[in-house]
Write a protein that binds this ligand. Sequence first.
Ligand code: SF4
Length: 617
Amino acid sequence: MHSYMGKLLYVDLSKNSCQAVPLDERLAELFVGGKGFGAKILYDLLPPGCDPLSPENVLMFMAGPLTGTLAPAMRGCVITRSPLTGTFVDSYFGGHFAPEIRYAGFDGIIITGAAETPCYIWVDNGAAEIRNAAHLWGLDTFTFTELIKEELGDRTVKTACIGPAGEKKVSFALVNCEYNRHAGRGGTGAVMGAKNLKAVVLRGRKVIRPYDPSAFQTAVDQAYRELQAEGGISAFTVDGTAGSIDFANDEHLLPAYNYYDGAFDGAAGLNAAAQRKQLWLRNVACAGCPIACGKVGRIRRGRHKGLVSDVVEYETAAMMGSNLGIGDVREVAYLVKKCDALGLDGMSAGGVIGFAMEAFKKGIITAADTEGVNLAFGDVAAADYLLEIIAARKEGLGDTLAGGVKKAAQVLGGGSADFAVHIKGLECPAWGPRTVPGMALALATADRGGCHQRAFPILYEVGGFWNGEPVERLGLKDKGEIVAYLQNYLAGLDTLVKCDFAQYGIKAETYCRMLTAATGRNWTVEELLLLGERVWNQVRLFNLREGFSRSDDTLPKRFMEEPLPGGPYKGHMITEADLNRLLDDYYSSRGWDREGAPTTAKLEQLNLAAQPPLFHL
Ligand code: SF4
């Protein structure tokens, strides 16, 4: 199996055991890596109905067959059953941790069980052991990363750790990789916390061997040329994702005041120009990425002067900025860094705080619940206070909000479910979909809950074209087919664990050329799409088994019953009839029945009708 390390590391924390398990060739053939491996192994290993925070849940760190090679912008993912949604969740991270999984000798790490006391997993060039982490428990992510490098006497070791929020099992706790890269979404950090697992720490020197090194180098060169030629990609180098603030604001897609509106008066205080003026010093990149969308920043003036930060990327700039009515990027940088240190997903945190601020405005949360703190929109101190009590799961409001907006609304009542903006329990991303029905459908059907990374049809809806044919932004026609296609394509690439931004530049044929040269198996674009469809359906089978159905492929009330209050699209929303038409078209495009279950014929076409386990101890 060229380009594979040929082994998965299996760690049972309950048994205090680590074991190298040979990679099943059929698993590599049918699912390739990354999301594909995670989808199949989670389905095989998890007992149906397994509590995400129980020892039986399985947590995986997966790489792809191109991760750690010269192929540009390949990353890693964490896969588990989400404590926030109960669905399959795959959460992606950049930086240098994923290549190190492979240099340490493995294609992925599978963790089950729970340790009796805090521990970390240490993997050193193929040898793995479970070590005591009692003295490291309670540390924030930055301090932990510094101390473990010091303790091991090697600053080059790579870390994936949780902060206090993960230890407290906050449902939207993240996994922090090497200071400034995160597996943010879906509460993977809470699963680590439930396992008493502070971190996975890696070091390796093993070599990845492509099948045809010369052809692989040629394909990689082509990928680099395509990245350099694509105008949209260079925008990521110049502005990171902060460039999207102006676009989203102009198009009335930017969440403001808990998604009440689609534009924000203070957007100019959050955009790329503001970040350049207030923060940025230079670009930084994940391993092997020529785009370098990240920025090292240092706040130049004001009360946070000297605070070192990364780029305040679009999602957190919007969720912790405009969505909370905060228009000063220095304050947002401060709040985002606090999330990173505590180990909280900044996107969900922004959704939860926006929800709490609206609940306060409506008298559902009162000063008696907040120790007298006024949870007004725009109040940075209020957001700061909420982050503290959520990460600590402080009895009362902190504990309630730590479950995410869906569960918080169930606890608080008082009609708060009407403005709890989530899908399947995952707080929505920073793209209000009331004027982009394709995006609304993509969010409603995303496998891990409200997520914009499984398909992003906004580009075609606002751009007006799909495959050279005109597309109506507000229309429903063709949207089901477009979303299904994009989901399949991106799920195919998520088996390689590509970066979302690089895939806008690298052509599908070039990904196939790199994969072919690396593995020795011939790949076509059609096969890549079929692979993605197989993975998408495998995840669907998992979610259906866990009780999800058509009724969960829906949108928050805010997008279906409250029209946009202003701007050129004033009055627009996605009606229930719109959503039903979109879902019917989408299910039909997928070869699913009206309830959203894959038909037998579809499963047979995808080689999923029989499900022999493909992971064996
Ligand atoms: S584009 Fe940005 S996030 Fe993607 S791999 Fe490159 S540096 Fe990392």
